[in-house]
Design a protein around this ligand. Structure first.
Ligand code: FES
Length: 126
């Protein structure tokens, strides 16, 4: 799937908006993400304050979770969903792609981001 990040305002103004949770990024071409699949997307420079999300398509809708696993610091991965769940391969915990709730394992929920798809592209608020 060829998603492309078009806009992620991570300059000074972006940092200001991030304080209030209003920073958004537009990912182009998300219409190509098939049902039951997920893909990793970097929003900005992950080493410099950006975030990495796993975009998933469930029942036709796009959902975004932070890839940082709330268990012990692993990373959620992209690829085929497991009955609507994203996996962290470090201990094989599963997280509901729609809500971030853990469905296999014992830990808190993965962080979920607001994601809205329109005209084949997706805006994500981080
Ligand atoms: S660190 Fe992700 S399941 Fe343990």
């Amino acid at each position: 799937m060829g998603c492309a990040l078009v806009r992620a305002g991570f300059g000074m103004l972006g940092r200001f908006f991030k304080l209030f949770g209003k920073q958004s990024a537009l990912v182009k071409g998300t219409f190509k993400l098939p049902e039951g699949e997920s893909k990793l997307i970097d929003l900005g420079d992950v080493m410099a304050g950006g975030v990495q999300v796993v975009l998933s398509r469930v029942e036709g809708k796009i959902y975004a979770l932070d890839t940082r696993c709330p268990h012990e610091g692993g990373r959620l991965v992209g690829g085929p969903l497991h009955d609507g769940n994203v996996i962290c391969p470090l201990h094989n915990y599963l997280f509901d792609a729609k809500t971030g709730e853990v469905t296999r394992g014992v830990c808190s929920a993965a962080k979920k981001y607001r994601a809205e798809e329109k005209d084949g592209d997706c805006e994500i608020w981080i």
